[in-house]
Design a protein around this ligand. Sequence first.
Ligand SMILES: C[S@@+](CC[C@H](N)C(=O)[O-])C[C@H]1O[C@@H](n2cnc3c(N)ncnc32)[C@H](O)[C@@H]1O
Length: 329
Amino acid sequence: MPKDNKILKELVKRGYTKKKNQHTWDISDSRFWYLTPELSKGFLNLANYKPYKKVVIDRELLLIKRHTQKIVKFFGHKKFNLIDLGWGKGVKTREFIRHLPKDIRIRYYPIDISSYFIETSVARINSLNSNKVVYIKPFLVDFEEFNEISSILRNNEYQHNLTLLLGETISHYQINEFLFQITQDMLPGDVVVIGNGYRKGKRFVHIEKYKDPIFNDWFIYLMRGLGFKDNEVRYDARFANGRLELFYHILVDKTIKYKGKQIYFRKNDKVIIGAQYKYYPEELQKFCKMYFSEVLFLPDKVGEYCLLVCRKWSRPDSNRGPLPHLDFS
Ligand SMILES: C[S@@+](CC[C@H](N)C(=O)[O-])C[C@H]1O[C@@H](n2cnc3c(N)ncnc32)[C@H](O)[C@@H]1O
């Protein structure tokens, strides 16, 4: 992959922190993980990685099968816009649609930053051949445009929005900022269904899981995008700063040129390319209750994964801005 200006721009914008002569560059923004077809394929490969498949795919699919009818009853509308925030392969959404009651009618609007996912996902929903789906229109945009899109979708017949935010997507963002943003233009009665893992026992365990080569096979494209050769970096993972961090050790001194600037990397610098926040169920519910009037917590039987069905009735907190992130370090 040639150098990628989007990644380099972000790296320059964010700069580095310095500790004991070592620089740490933090570009842990999950929107970069899907920038190119190679990166998007890297994410899809996780379907072959047992720990991920078992929890984030199989458990979430089970929860969807088990609870879709309950979710729709709770929502209470027979016609609605189904917004899929980060649809990935669309497998879970297909399951959701399959389990909707027969008399439901939806207009389906997937929103995703990755063009690679569009065709397969839309084809997957089309292949259902379901008369529950009356219209499909994908939006190839950043989540930041969610509010604008969610308000233009409403018409007299389809006034209500139900949004899916599945696959632990929210765990890679600052949860309170994310929830604050998406609730800004939601109308009373709108619902968001969040799928996320949760911790029981110790918060930070099993770091080896995140060191599997499957992650390097995925994220090495980001380092190539910065201008590194594969043998100039080494992938690693750690628990630090109250979160899981996925990062690269820089193994050589290197200067990278970007728009007339020179970026100096030194041996032993680190580049953080991903982060994930780990929550206990009470924390997840507490965060959701800060922004939503009603929250249904639907955990799996094993106690690792859950759906949070969040309904907004009023806007009591909409003026107070995102709350500070909790420090789990
Ligand atoms: C972790 S995957 C989850 C995919 C799917 N919902 C699932 O459960 O398998 C995150 C999805 O969100 C998309 N995504 C991540 N950050 C985004 C952003 N800032 N704007 C738009 N899409 C984004 C990715 O392209 C990807 O499809």
